[in-house]
Design a protein around this ligand. Sequence first.
Ligand SMILES: *Cc1c(COP(=O)(O)O)cnc(C)c1O
Length: 378
Amino acid sequence: MSSSIQMCDLKGQYLKIKKEIDLSIQEVIDSSAFIKGKEVNLFQDELAKYLGVKHVIGCANGTDALQIALMALGLKPGDEVITPDFTFIATVEVIALLGMVPVLVDVDPDTFTIDPIAFEKAITSKTKAIIPVHLFGQCANMEEIVAISQKHNIYIIEDVAQATGTDYIFKNGNTAKAGSIGDIGTTSFFPSKNLGCFGDGGALFTNNDALADEIKSISNHGMKVRYYHDKIGVNSRLDTIQAAVLRVKLNYLNDFNSSRIKAADIYDRLLGNCKSIKIPSRATWSNHIFHQYTLRLLKGNRVELIKHLSDKGIPSMVYYPVPLHAQKAFEEYQNKATNKFFPVTDTLCDTVISLPMHTELTEEIQRFICDTILNYLK
Ligand SMILES: *Cc1c(COP(=O)(O)O)cnc(C)c1O
């Protein structure tokens, strides 16, 4: 059994929906409309309906989506953009690439999402936007972030790459899909994401008509009328074949996310009593669709645990081993960071470990994984 354990089982998931996927891809090949085929618009409309947003605009990947969002909001070099210190590099990379200043802030120790108090403290007269990241499958504390952002006139770009389908839960009990609350939501369809395609893909969401027009134009070489370029743009499209795959998988997204939640519940049950680990916390303001199932190791040696698991054929990953503020590429921004201490992120990077999490996990495999962990920690 152990030889078949994977962090993310894309093949197993494909085999379950193979017929539909193959048919959908074949239709694109038969039509030869590889760019801007009808599936792209259909998928955009279907995802918009699912998310409850007015506009979904496909693009080439989640990193491009973030870059296009910053450009569409008209941000300029020198503007400060606040992001969590604990996230994938893509969030911060595009800010620097556009000549803006990434301002990193610490995260909440329970949900690993951006700490609203640290966010407010980092605001200066140059702050123009915040990019909260809905990390590992649950939302950042949007109600607080929205309140602070409105007070200081700051744009919100939600990074939804790890949370497509997550429900934000407002204090009054209403819910909204992750990415539908801020000015723009951005996501990635990288194969291992909760909604993944068969290559690279991404999208932006917004309820604002003018922003949607800007996004469409910027992602298409800055033109609204063919060969008339109003702005400097980029070339970033969602391929028709990817849209065809995504249309099929969107129909299963709720089922896929339920499978992950079920698997997380089983991990919680099997590991919850162990004093040496802290199982993932679940925010009161969000459901958790477990893009990753990420533990904190409170006692014991992480390197040894990873080796112990790997010896038994169990993969594991550390998302993320190095805080962004300590990355070599971001050295020059460290002095500009208003908040130079990141005790929570430092601790998380030293103690987190993610276990296999995907839609094809069985309780038998999970028992084997958990027994192996508990064996090492006892
Ligand atoms: C995956 C990811 C991205 C980037 O998506 P790509 O499609 O790989 O460019 C951005 N932000 C976060 C939080 C991610 O996990």
